[in-house]
Design a protein around this ligand. Structure first.
Ligand code: ATP
Ligand code: MG
Length: 331
């Protein structure tokens, strides 16, 4: 049987959070044997909101090192920078004609990220962001897209696009599907557990580069709920439920198993156990990250990755160009 193609990416818009880690990063290596992962740093997407060039460069390097520290094996996975593969922008120029203003206006992430902005400061790129994201997925014939819950709407839009395009031109594009973690697909802010933990809105975030003292302090002072029972109930107990999800995802166990461990615990002791688990995991992860930064191992990985990614992406691009009627003479 043909191996699945897996595609996923992270935007280098800020310091990575525990949400990015538990939602996708930590569990990516498990997919390497099930399929053929293409994993990218979504640097073009990072330009959709103002960002300092040096910060963008540093964030991009950090994400590459984090992927490797999480256990990504460059012999099994292709790791690359989105901007190194020009086919993303070329396919975008075609696909922007097959998604519509109405659909894009309904994307909740666009609304969330721009509500506080003045219209004259909102670039076209952030509105059209889901088009480029659809291209990211389509170019690698990806059928599996590991993401957090917030990205499901964009993957659904990609599915609509694929259906529309294939109806018109024949079976050209592969239908992708979002793959969510059962636990950890939506880690919430520690200071407001009704809000997603986000790197561009860093209130209540744990950052992957925080020192352990800070991580512990943040967990110990996380907002909790009324009552005293450690129970998973996201509506009535959003704070405790979030900490349970963090614990379960860190230990790679189910919510039910986590709940059982804490029967009869008081909030304070429960938080201490969560902090112990997260710190043990992050400390080892950070040591691997630091080694990768020191050796600059990511440079060769990204160069080789770009070559492999370009090959696959250019083939898909050509298939699309032919389908829509663009001439593709060989050089
Ligand atoms: P930004 O605020 O810039 O959008 P972000 O933290 O949402 O930053 P992204 O680069 O948009 O990060 O997303 C990278 C991946 O991490 C996506 O698959 C996304 O679904 C996932 N992700 C982001 N936040 C969380 C979270 N709180 N819990 C689980 N997964 C998350
Ligand atoms: Mg996001």
């Amino acid at each position: 049987m043909k191996k699945s193609r897996i595609l996923t990416g992270i935007k280098p818009t800020g310091k990575l959070t525990l949400g990015n880690y538990l939602g996708v990063l930590k569990h990516l290596p498990e997919t390497q044997d099930e399929g053929e992962p293409f994993i990218f740093i979504a640097d073009l997407h990072a330009l959709t909101l103002p960002i300092d060039p040096e910060e963008l460069r540093q964030n991009s390097i950090d994400i590459a090192a984090f992927y490797l520290a999480a256990g990504l094996d460059p012999n099994k996975s292709t790791l690359f920078l989105q901007s190194s593969v020009s086919a993303h922008a070329e396919l975008n120029a075609i696909m922007q004609n097959y998604l519509y203003m109405g659909e894009l206006s309904r994307m909740t992430q666009f609304k969330d990220k721009t509500t506080k902005m003045n219209d004259s400061a909102i670039g076209l790129g952030i509105f059209a962001y889901p088009v480029l994201m659809a291209c990211d997925i389509i170019l690698y014939d990806a059928n599996i897209v590991p993401v957090g819950e917030d990205q499901v709407q964009h993957v659904e839009l990609t599915r609509d696009l694929v259906k529309r395009f294939n109806n018109r031109y024949g079976n050209i594009l592969v239908m992708p599907e979002a793959k969510l973690r059962k636990v950890g697909a939506r880690i919430m802010s520690l200071s407001d557990p009704t809000k997603k933990m986000s790197k561009s809105d860093p209130k209540g975030d744990i950052f992957l580069k925080d020192d352990m003292k800070t991580v512990r302090k943040k967990i110990m002072s996380a907002v909790t709920d009324l009552g005293s029972e450690v129970k998973y109930d996201p509506v009535n107990k959003p704070g405790i439920s979030n900490l349970l999800a963090i614990y379960a995802s860190t230990k790679d166990i189910s919510i039910e198993e986590a709940e059982k461990e804490f029967v009869g615990y008081r909030y304070g002791d429960f938080k201490k156990a969560v902090a112990d688990a997260v710190c043990a995991d992050l400390e080892a992860f950070q040591a691997r990250y630091q080694h990768i930064i020191d050796t600059k191992e990511y440079e060769k990985v990204l160069k080789d990755g770009a070559i492999k990614a370009r090959k696959v992406a250019n083939e898909t691009l050509k298939r699309v160009q032919n389908a829509v009627g663009l001439l593709t003479y060989e050089e």
